[in-house]
Design a protein around this ligand. Structure first.
Ligand code: SAM
Length: 283
């Protein structure tokens, strides 16, 4: 077992490198080793895994990952944190060649030096959904993962039709994976203590329902349906498909009630609509 970071060491590192946690970058650092181990356990990280961490910060979760995973690749936007991470890892007696740091905005990453197998991250809250969807899309080698996000976002990601939290992220995430809630995390384990609650979300990749062209059309329909979620489906998707006559035609071809609302549909319905649209255009 490694000696993981505690509250005192975290403050000492932050002070030494001049990091004053900013809200803009969602910098709330975990100061509790048990929580870090719990996250790694929930993600079921194995010794053969290459773990991807987005926003390693001062390294609390990184060290817990290095305790089990073969390698960690960490994407950090803040250069001071990215530069200090290898120092912290070496100080905790982990060979630094097991860690690869990418000092970049996660939203601009298009490739990684090694293919990750599991995503484990305490995501920066303001970009958590786009970051998660982007990495699921770009890195098919990611088989599963656990992310910590704002509880409200966790509810949205794991929501099913009929719940108030059900929205476009809930449907889009299911293109790639089964997504489930994996428990709450106390505010007191962060420094600084955030003014929102946090929860864990687990995902396990499954086979996607189709190719990239089908995904793009499916996501366009999802966005249109949820942009006007109180409207009936045929009205909400009309602009996206070139008019209400086309909307009615593809809704009927997909075997869906044209008077329903998009918020009652699941991914398979949107895929059926996108397939009906493609078939109509190719006819
Ligand atoms: N993993 C650390 C922990 O649990 O203590 C820090 C988590 S903190 C919530 C979020 C981290 O993400 C910070 O280190 C922040 O600098 C970094 N970050 C914020 N926006 C980012 C972005 N767009 N791309 C990569 N890292 C980002």
């Amino acid at each position: 077992m490694l000696n993981l970071l505690g509250a005192a060491e975290i403050r000492e590192i932050a002070e030494r490198i001049g990091v004053n946690p900013t809200k803009k970058l969602g910098q709330n650092f975990v100061v509790d080793a048990n929580t870090c181990r719990r996250i790694v356990k929930t993600a079921d990280v194995q010794p053969t895994d290459v773990a991807l961490e987005i926003g390693p910060g001062l390294g609390s979760l990184t060290l817990a990952l290095l305790e089990i995973a073969q390698e960690v690749v960490a994407v950090e936007i803040d250069t001071r944190l990215a530069d200090e991470l290898p120092v912290t890892v070496a100080r905790h007696d982990v060979p630094i060649d097991r860690l690869t740091i990418v000092n970049k905005d996660a939203l601009e990453v298009t490739e990684l030096p090694i293919q990750p197998t599991v995503l484990v991250a305490n995501l920066p809250y303001n970009v958590s959904v786009p970051v998660l969807l982007r990495f699921l899309e770009l890195f098919p080698s990611l088989n599963s993962g656990v992310v910590m996000v704002q509880s409200e976002v966790a509810d949205r990601l794991a929501a099913t039709p009929g719940s108030k939290s059900y929205g476009s992220p809930s449907v889009k995430a299911t293109w790639w994976a089964d997504v489930t809630a994996a428990g709450n995390v106390a505010r007191s384990i962060f420094w600084p203590v955030p003014n929102v609650d946090s929860s864990l979300v687990k995902f396990v990749r499954h086979e996607s329902p189709g190719d990239e062209a089908l995904r793009v059309m499916t996501f366009r329909l999802i966005d249109a349906a949820f942009a006007q979620r109180r409207k009936m489906l045929r009205g909400a998707i009309a602009d996206a498909v070139g008019g209400s006559a086309v909307a009615i035609e593809i809704i009927e071809a997909a075997g869906i009630d044209p008077n329903c609302r998009g918020e009652t549909l699941v991914l398979k319905d949107y895929v059926a609509l996108a397939n009906a649209f493609a078939k109509r255009n190719n006819a």
